[in-house]
Design a protein around this ligand. Structure first.
Ligand code: SF4
Length: 336
């Protein structure tokens, strides 16, 4: 039998590693999703700075600044700390304590067989083959179960990670009793946003439009965006369905989308004009978010205060869960 949270709404946990300023792909995927969920669930949203350390432990100096930039983008994008618990992972030390307790019961072989562990070491080198990185799924499990979250939004590729989390929960509950609910995946339907070169938009590819980009930077970037290579001159018929510029028209310029589609197909519309119209639509579309971002950035004390409050609310719940885990594992309450 699964223990359940007493909240009326189901509880959901989602987190992002602090990558610094976010781009349009993050807005369409992660931020929009978080915004939607905050009305349906009791949401715990985390900036996962400990997870960042698993791969960036040699150059950790940037992590705190990246947390700050990311929080600005989330809040400017509509994640509302009044309607969710928004906090930084390392501000909730109870997660680390639960991680220690869980690490006592998780067989090393479960972690070593994780496909992402092997893949990441192949891709990033043996430098990341640390104790901390091996235990990444245990930390992720703690992130979820310390709040007794019943639901975790994941992409299809992350379902095996959540299955490992559920196995860990079953093992714990099997030893000590039904303390933790088994979290269930909620599949996110987000299709990747194309970057300026047609590949998936990603900071590491250098093909992104940042939410904080100035209008002139957006215009400059859009001049170099990949279009239909078969349309060279105005007058050539084009294929908007394969063009990144048209993709952005569909998001930011719905009023002109039909006209753009037909103009491209017939050849009446040239790419230079089309890109200019698209740039202006993106600039207009991001303007309200950027205004909110500037206002938030001008008041860093308020952001710190919001994170402090979020951390305190998260800790209240985390403390209770940790106390339960200590109790069933025979440790009881701390003496000091
Ligand atoms: S006219 Fe616009 S949609 Fe058509 S290929 Fe050129 S940039 Fe793309």
């Amino acid at each position: 039998m699964e223990a359940i949270s007493t909240s009326r709404r189901k509880r959901i946990l989602s987190g992002m590693r602090p990558t610094g300023k976010l781009h349009v792909g993050h807005l369409m995927g992660a931020i929009e999703n978080w915004k939607r969920l905050q009305d349906e669930f009791e949401c715990f949203y985390m900036v996962a700075d400990w997870h960042a350390l698993t791969t960036a432990y040699r150059e950790p100096q940037e992590i705190r600044a990246r947390v700050h930039e990311m929080v600005l983008d989330y809040m400017a994008g509509g994640v509302d700390p009044e309607r969710c618990v928004f906090y930084v992972q390392s501000d909730v030390p109870e997660i680390a304590q639960l991680h220690l307790l869980l690490s006592m019961i998780v067989p090393v072989s479960w972690l070593e067989r994780s496909p992402s562990y092997k893949d990441q070491i192949t891709q990033l080198g043996s430098d990341i083959a640390t104790y901390g990185f091996l235990g990444y799924p245990v930390l992720m499990t703690c992130d979820i179960i310390i709040f007794k979250a019943q639901v975790v939004p994941v992409g299809q590729d992350q379902v095996p990670h959540l299955e490992l989390c559920r196995e860990i929960v079953r093992r714990f509950n099997g030893f000590y009793g039904p303390v933790f609910p088994e979290p269930h995946p909620r599949l996110t339907r987000f299709a990747a946003v194309p970057g300026l070169d047609g590949r998936k938009m990603s900071k590491s590819y250098g093909n992104d439009i940042l939410l904080a980009d100035e209008p002139d930077t957006i215009r400059q970037k859009m001049r170099n965006v990949l279009t239909d290579p078969g349309k060279v001159y105005k007058g050539d018929p084009g294929r908007p369905e394969i063009c990144t510029v048209y993709y952005f028209h569909k998001i930011y310029n719905q009023a002109e989308e039909k006209e753009i589609f037909e103009g491209c197909h017939s050849g009446a519309l040239g790419c230079v004009d089309c890109k200019k119209r698209c740039s202006e639509a993106i600039v207009r579309g991001l303007e309200p978010l950027q205004e909110r971002r500037r206002a938030l950035a001008a008041n860093p004390g308020a952001i710190d205060e919001m994170l402090r409050e979020g951390g305190m609310r998260a800790r209240e719940v985390a403390r209770e869960t940790l106390a339960e885990a200590r109790e069933v594992m025979g440790l009881g309450a701390p003496r000091i």
